[in-house]
Design a protein around this ligand. Sequence first.
Ligand code: MTE
Ligand code: MO
Length: 327
Amino acid sequence: MLIKRKRGWELPENAATPEHLFLSRRRFAQAFAAGAIAAGPILLPALAATPASAQDKAADPSAKLYPFKQNMRYRLDRPITGEELATTYNNFYEFGSQKNIHKEAQKLPLRPWTIKVDGMVEKPVEIGIDDLMAKMPLEERLYRHRCVEAWSMAVPWGGFAMSEFVKLCQPLSQAKYVRMETFKDPKVAPGQHQTWYPWPYVEGVTIEEANNELAFMVTGAYGKPAPAQNGAPLRLALPWKYGFKHIKSITRVTFTDKQPKSFWEEIQGREYGFWANVNPKVPHPRWSQATEMPLGSKERVPTLLYNGYGEFVADLYKGMDEKVLFM
Ligand SMILES: Nc1nc2c(c(=O)[nH]1)N[C@H]1C(S)=C(S)[C@@H](COP(=O)(O)O)O[C@H]1N2
Ligand SMILES: [Mo]
């Protein structure tokens, strides 16, 4: 994950190697050693043939549903991040390892969009995003977001409780985990030409976490449909966990009895684990997690255990090994 040094909230050079360099160097070296790829240019240019905007915004049938009623149970201890910032400073490696991928991300066609539900469920289904939204109780929630890179934001998300989605899917009793996958289409997502990344992006949670009241499936932001760069048309928000768990542009949800191996865990399992709960006292192997830089701010603020959501989630982890819970 990229740590540039241009802005005030980012870490000094000695605190972190820019993640994309670190990882691409490492994975390139691995692939090279394995004879998988020949020496040559690592970065492929964006496909010139793809139109600048494959997406007709006016055609988004969900636009008329917004804004959703705000659920007052979830309150912020800080101002909402400016929309301009939250929609132009992004992590979405499918479109590149820099933060300014928002223009590139407009190439992602958001309709039609189908989510495949399979694995340990009563009946595997494919459901269109608009049919899904029609079945779900839509609401707005103000949530904090803490990236493992130590920047943070606070966003009004629109969407529905993940527990409602789980109910709709009718998982079998053997299902212990929910595994989610992002689209894979290198024609629209140039980052997916970088074959040393294990595409598609995968994330997972336990069924108990999915059913926790905080787990939220996001369709919108700032009172309207979320833009592609924030993970439209369906992304996850788990505000007590590091941001990389918030998988974007979900196309597949699988109920399983095996703990899923996530994208970042696959790349660098010693630094990015399955649980990834926020804890200021457990440093990342290459930098401190004690404080964070809210986007748009000039001063760092203390990071809170479970990102301040302990009252909702601490019980999920009672008696578990603290060595794995916070990475
Ligand atoms: N598919 C996909 N989902 C993703 C990522 C990604 O690169 N690809 N980055 C993650 C990380 S590290 C963070 S911090 C958040 C960033 O969400 P935002 O761009 O809406 O702030 O998305 C997460 N979800
Ligand atoms: Mo992140």
